[in-house]
Design a protein around this ligand. Structure first.
Ligand code: TYD
Length: 135
């Protein structure tokens, strides 16, 4: 099934502002899928790139908990670069979208909220195969 990068959304995460420090809250109604896993990228060396794959069924929600990084999204026809640098916003990446993460700032932490547990068979790691899969 064809998925377009135009389906991707930046969602606001509800927050409680407080002079003592803010709280952002990801409750189940914030993300349009049931959460099965969270993981996070941290200690990313300068110049390092992550991602470089798509998922057949997995949906993910990415949050820059700290610092910033760029997410390049591709649907096989178009591509876009999205900078995440705000812990109260997240990028919803639905299945069928190729993603690459790069340009991590020092100390950046990327939280990934995922709709399923880790399954290698859900990955498409070859861009050509991705393009034909997404036709
Ligand atoms: P990968 O998802 O390719 O990393 P990224 O897209 O963030 O660059 O995962 C890198 C390796 O870690 C790969 O061998 C699979 C393994 N891994 C798990 O075992 N469980 C997980 O939940 C994740 C995200 C990765």
């Amino acid at each position: 099934m064809k998925t377009s990068i135009h389906n991707l959304k930046i969602l606001d995460i509800p927050k409680i502002k407080d002079p003592r420090g803010n709280i952002a809250i990801v409750e189940k109604d914030v993300i349009p899928f049931e959460i099965q896993r969270i993981y996070y990228l941290f200690d990313v060396p300068s110049g390092s790139k992550r991602g470089g794959h798509a998922h057949k069924t997995l949906n993910q929600f990415l949050i820059a908990l700290s610092g910033s990084f760029d997410v390049i999204v591709k649907d096989g026809i178009e591509e876009n670069r999205i900078t995440l640098n705000n812990p109260s916003k997240g990028l919803l990446i639905t299945s069928g979208i190729w993603r690459e993460l790069e340009n991590f700032s020092s100390g950046a932490v990327c939280l990934v909220v995922a709709s399923d547990v880790y399954k290698e068979e859900d990955y498409i790691r070859n861009f050509k195969k991705f393009v034909s899969h997404n036709k």
